[in-house]
Design a protein around this ligand. Structure first.
Ligand code: GLN
Length: 487
């Protein structure tokens, strides 16, 4: 049996039947990390030694009956923008190279309560700004399906680690597509929950009105389980939604008969790669055969979503990143003449080029002369986007689109062209603008053997609907059984 190829629910089965022990599982993962990390470069910090130690402690407690719980001893990887007490949280930035948070993010606290094992902190684009993980200050993560390709971003480390079987599952964050697009590029399942479903407390803020934490997993069942673990009201996050807890595994019915799926034609037009398009068309046929009702419709406003996103996201980022001043957090320049010089040099040296670009753009759209023309206008368009989705969900249960217009691209091919990089998120950003949930699941591979992702969008807090739609497709198509990354 190849332990690291198993999903988390399969691992749990084997633990229950005593076919495997917690230490055996952790050992298999730490061995895999030691073997593959040199190729994949998914981690900023690996915690293999502490993980092994913890697994032995947990194993002993479980044997003595002092510990129960179905997630005790299950390993996980965490994107490096979620605070972990006593362990570095770098955001893949020089600014936070040596930052150790004094507290755990709420999601991390929740995992710790289950006695799960942290295998390490995963690489990302600096401050989650990017779509390829090439903007990390530390390293470029590689795509396990082809090491010359990017894994997507910004949660590229998380998606690559799951695809390369270096972690059984991981947490990512998504501001404009950063869970879904890398999941699509790496052939795994990525879920961005509804805004407010998962606490953002302890997630280093990029754009607070768009950011959400979510699961990156090998299959849909694991996605539902991890969402169960991390969702729920948190008084420490004022945007957290106070709702009844749901068991998301209960909605996986393997049945989409009568499900109304809207196919937004704007997402199948110009700029979408031909093979991506035909793979999605096959997926639509599969849904039809499974009894879903498919209808094409127009989501006209979607064409303005990317511009709106980059105005809102940069505006919020420029404000959020104001705290990194060389005094309160992170990097401080070695020599300076006065306070102003200290700010200027610390920020100039601590931030990379993409982060600077966003801060400049953000302060520009917020400046008094341009606020009305850009920021206010973007907020108005944001409302129109929300309204148009509201209208669509009066007719459809799910909206189906590609996750990204292309498959994973070559390392270095877009890193000098920010606009092209931004276009990678054309299908994902509108959900963040509207606060909606979306899941990306693999739906095929292209001629070069790279995975293609399908995005299913749900109405607010309708995670159950998209999880079931994704699950049913997965059961019918069995992507994981047919295709595996080369690594
Ligand atoms: N790629 C998008 C950006 O660069 C989205 C990033 C994200 O979701 N964190 O802003």
């Amino acid at each position: 049996m190849n332990i690291t190829e198993l999903t988390v629910h399969e691992l749990q089965e084997k633990l229950k039947n005593k076919e495997l022990t917690i230490t055996e599982i952790t050992k298999a993962y730490t061995d895999r990390i030691n073997e593959k990390e040199k190729d994949v470069q998914a981690f900023v910090t690996t915690l293999t030694d502490t993980a092994l130690r913890e697994s032995e402690e947990i194993q002993t407690k479980v044997e003595k009956g002092e510990l129960t719980g179905e997630f005790a001893g299950i390993p996980i990887g965490i994107k490096d923008n979620m605070c972990t007490k006593g362990i570095k949280t770098t955001c893949s930035s020089r600014m936070l190279e040596n930052f150790i948070a004094p507290y755990d993010a709420t999601v991390v606290e929740k995992l710790n309560k289950e006695n799960m094992i942290n295998l390490g902190k995963l690489n990302m684009d600096e401050f989650a700004m990017g779509a390829s993980t090439e903007y990390s200050y530390f390293k470029k993560t590689r795509n396990p399906w082809n090491l010359n390709k990017v894994p997507g971003g910004s949660s590229g480390g998380s998606a690559a680690a799951v695809a390369a079987n270096m972690v059984p599952w991981a947490l990512g964050s998504d501001t404009g597509g950063s869970i879904r697009q890398p999941s699509s590029f790496c052939g795994v399942v990525g879920l961005k929950p509804t805004y407010g479903l998962v606490s953002r407390y302890g997630l280093v803020a990029f754009a607070s009105s768009l950011d959400q934490i979510g699961p990156i997993t090998k299959d849909v069942y694991d996605s539902a389980m991890l969402l169960n673990l991390i969702s729920g009201y948190d008084e420490k996050d004022t945007t957290s939604s106070d709702r009844k807890k749901v068991d998301y595994t209960k909605c996986l019915k393997n049945n989409v008969k009568g499900l109304k799926i809207g196919v937004a034609k704007e997402f199948f037009g110009e700029g979408i790669n031909k093979e991506v398009k035909s793979s999605l068309q096959r997926a639509i046929e599969t849904y039809k055969n499974l009894g879903a009702e498919i209808e094409e419709f127009s989501l006209d406003i979607a064409q303005y979503a990317l511009a709106t996103y980059y105005i809102v996201a940069c505006a919020e980022a420029s404000s959020n990143l104001g705290r990194f001043d060389g005094i309160r957090y992170g990097y401080r320049t070695k020599e300076f003449k006065n306070l102003r010089d200290l700010y200027k040099k610390s920020r100039s040296e601590g931030f990379g080029p993409e982060v600077k670009r966003r801060i400049i753009l953000g302060t520009y759209v917020l400046s008094s002369g341009y606020y009305d023309a850009y920021y206010k206008k973007a907020q108005q368009v944001r409302t129109l986007v929300m309204n148009e989705f509201d209208k669509a969900f009066e007719k459809y249960d799910v909206i189906l689109t590609p996750t990204s217009p292309t498959v994973a691209f070559d390392i270095g091919s877009k890193s000098n062209n920010p606009l092209e990089m931004y276009l990678s998120d054309i299908c994902t950003v509108s959900l963040n603008i509207a606060g909606l949930p979306g899941i990306s699941i693999p739906c095929g591979i292209d001629k070069t053997g790279m995975p293609i992702g399908m995005q299913l969008i749900g109405n607010k807090f309708e995670e159950e609907t998209i999880l079931n739609a994704a699950y049913t497709f997965e059961q019918a198509t069995k992507f994981r059984e047919k295709y595996k990354p080369g690594i």
